[in-house]
Design a protein around this ligand. Structure first.
Ligand code: NI
Length: 167
């Protein structure tokens, strides 16, 4: 699949992604391609808008950080519960090269999603998986992690031209 990683400033990163309606062969091929791209780009997660497709598809392989079955795909994911408890960890993003900042996120979330065949699940995730999914699902809603850092740090990144002023 031909693709280009979309960088902050690209309007597609700010759009709400379209829900997936057809759970067909084409979707499964798309998910497989996204997984390949995630590995090529050395990411632990990837959301479809990051490669130019406004669709609610996320893939994750967090095997470096937490044990589990990977790669995994989340179609039409929605976070239905956020824990009040939060923690702070450094994040980066393929769409914001060279920038790493600490982000506050819930340590536990409940996610409703579908798999490639359309089967629905509701599952709870903790720690790194909770963080990665919050980051990736933000992408589907047009939100980037730099939106969630302190205004002072964000202004500094704008001054350093690490991110555009209009984003
Ligand atoms: Ni990202």
């Amino acid at each position: 699949m031909r693709y280009k990683v979309r960088i902050i400033g690209d309007p597609i990163l700010r759009k709400k992604a379209e829900p997936v309606e057809d759970f067909d062969k084409k979707l499964r091929k798309f998910v497989d391609d996204m997984i390949d791209i995630m590995y090529v780009e050395d990411g632990i997660g990837l959301a479809a808008p990051q490669i130019g497709f406004s669709r609610q598809v996320v893939v994750v392989d967090a095997s470096e950080l937490v044990k589990g079955e990977y790669p995994r795909a989340f179609i039409n994911p929605e976070i239905i519960e956020f824990s009040e408890e939060t923690d702070v960890k450094e994040e980066g993003c393929l769409s914001i090269p060279g920038v790493h900042e600490e982000v506050v996120r819930s340590t536990r979330i409940k996610v409703k999603y579908q798999d490639e065949k359309g089967k629905e699940y509701t599952e709870e995730y903790t720690d790194w998986l909770a963080r990665i999914l919050q980051h990736e699902i933000d992408h589907l809603n047009g939100i980037l992690f730099v939106d969630r850092i302190s205004p002072i740090k964000r202004n500094l990144l704008i001054t350093q031209k690490a991110i555009p002023a209009q984003f």
